[in-house]
Design a protein around this ligand. Structure first.
Ligand code: M6R
Length: 364
């Protein structure tokens, strides 16, 4: 079943262009230049607040969605990990939209959070990969990802498919709220349609990433930095590395470095910087320079333009295609997944079945 791949995780990383395209088919009408949800039942125009709840990688997809929903639809978003949400007595006004994100649809904390939200008169939207799961059954608005079965314990293709769905949902909500012109909607659709090819281009750098894994494999600690919608990608990169290579890693919002974590910097702590060209590029690069000034060893992930401007002096660079900021979180998922994968392979860990972890966490 793994075909020519050595691990399920590797196979699933490489499936992303296809499964993201497959997922987008249910959420965009390219010829009309429109986003469309598979089930249009919920009246999104009346949504005044969105509450997002998930765990792990699905939670990071939710974090990206918060940036998008607030930017496009101007609807306030609360977000919580499910294990906190379910016990903290969140204030939920009747009629709010509660959005749950899960690959398996069976994660115990997320499911319990969903039931709690329902008991508080929330409308329930679910982004889920397993269509027969408990969460899928309990949704008012079911938003399936079409990633196909994900076997590797480390989530990869489910994540990028979640992002594709969440981008379409954000645009849909923005349209329902009268915040999106026809032109803007067409542009969003066009950018989303570019994602599969951009993912493919990102995968084309697999060999470069494999070749630099030895720079990271000996590290005890690794930091990941990003800004805006790419900040959750820094968190996701750190989670992937922890899970399968057992190297301690943390993701930070690039601007937070000088509020503490920069004290950790020395030549033994590689810093992976996610900085696509775009409105936040210069800001992230200036945080990167602060790290470098303190002897930090930097791996810069950016596009040709960004690498030309800021790549000098880095211990390694990973080139991404130049993409619109909307799809950068999908595209930049690829290098962080591949980096974690190749470091784990270099260390000889069990990539598909990392120690202490289960694919689906059905106990709290
Ligand atoms: O099935 P879910 O998306 O609800 O699972 C949530 C987390 O358990 C999951 O994303 C976990 O963090 C993965 N091992 C990440 O790679």
């Amino acid at each position: 079943e793994k075909g020519n791949y050595r691990h399920y995780m590797q196979k699933e990383i490489f499936e992303q262009p296809i499964v993201v395209a497959q997922t987008l088919q249910s959420y965009v009408r390219p010829f009309e230049g429109e986003v469309a949800l598979p089930t249009g039942d919920l009246d999104l125009a009346t949504v005044g607040r969105v509450t997002i709840v998930a765990c792990g990688t699905s939670f990071y997809a939710g974090m990206v969605a918060k940036y998008w929903i607030e930017q496009f639809a101007r609807v306030p978003v609360d977000i919580d990990v499910a294990s906190e949400f379910r016990y903290r007595q969140p204030v939920l006004e009747p009629g709010g939209l509660a959005l749950f994100i899960s690959q398996s649809g069976e994660t115990a904390d997320t499911l319990a959070a969903l039931r709690h939200a329902r008991s508080e008169q929330q409308r329930i939207a679910v982004v889920v990969n397993v269509p027969t799961s408990s969460m899928a059954r309990e949704a008012d608005l079911l938003l399936p990802t079409h990633a196909g079965p994900e076997i590797g314990v480390a989530s990869t293709k489910a994540f990028t498919c979640q992002l594709a769905v969440l981008a379409a949902l954000s645009a849909n909500l923005a349209r329902a709220k009268g915040r999106l012109s026809r032109d803007e909607e067409q542009e969003i659709v066009a950018h989303l349609q570019e994602a599969p090819a951009a993912l493919n281009a990102a995968l084309g750098h697999d060999d470069d990433i494999a070749a630099m894994a030895h720079l990271i494999a000996p590290a005890r600690d690794v930091l990941y930095l990003g800004r805006g919608p790419d900040y959750p990608l820094a968190l996701e990169g750190a989670l992937k590395l922890k899970e399968i290579s057992y190297i301690h890693a943390e993701g930070y919002a690039a601007g937070e470095m000088k509020h503490g974590p920069i004290a950790l910097i020395d030549e033994a702590v590689p810093v992976i910087v996610l900085a696509p060209s775009g409105p936040l590029f210069e800001k992230t690069v200036s945080n990167m320079q602060e790290v470098r000034a303190r002897g930090g060893k930097i791996v810069l992930i950016s596009d040709a333009k960004g690498l030309e401007e800021a790549g000098e002096g880095c211990i390694a660079t990973i080139e991404m295609p130049e993409v619109h900021p909307l799809i950068a979180p999908l595209v930049y998922a690829v290098p962080v997944q591949l980096l974690a994968y190749h470091v784990a392979v270099a260390k000889g860990t069990d990539v598909d079945q990392p120690r202490n972890l289960a694919k689906s966490v059905t106990v709290e």
